[in-house]
Design a binder for this molecule. Sequence first.
Ligand code: 5GP
Length: 194
Amino acid sequence: MNFLEEKIATDGRVYEGNVLKIDNFLNHQIDIDVMRQIACEFKRRFKGVQVDKVLTIEASGIAIAVMLANMYDVPVVFAKKGAAVTNTDDKYISQAYSFTHKKMNNVFVSRPYLTKGEKILIVDDFLADGKAFGALIDIVNQAGGEVVGLGVAVEKGQQNGGRDLREAGYRLESIAIIDEMDDKTNTIKFREQR
Ligand code: 5GP
């Protein structure tokens, strides 16, 4: 098991509805050492890839994005979520159904923060159905940027987001991939990775 799988196996709590909580090191309290290791692992996996900006979505992706962008010495942009965003004059807007909150969110980035031709590495904490990544990719495309890679800490392999993004040709790196989890026994089965 890698460092993140071990941490999840020790500290993760499985809830009904295929939800994993890792609040004590990522989603509520943030363990800086784990964030540092996640960022180092992405830097290693995306070796040789040019990155002009790291893009994520509020809130939990920000910690990972900041640690990683620090290593590249590039800015972080985080997409905001808002219920009623209608004015597109100054924003790139997309939509994403929230797996955890079971509602549709508008997702937006103000236009000055993404520029045509920029090479964008997108990161997030979890990948489930791929709606958050889909919205971020859509926003980069609207801005005329180039998605050079997708990095996620935890991919939930029982949901199809990861498969769909790989099939669409994106380079997706997931540090931990969960193939099964059981809320009755709190057991989590990880996919073997190279
Ligand atoms: P997707 O858009 O891929 O369906 O879901 C990804 C988003 O939903 C992530 O940004 C994350 O915040 C949230 N999410 C999805 N599944 C889980 C989960 O099992 N646990 C937690 N804590 N967040 C999740």
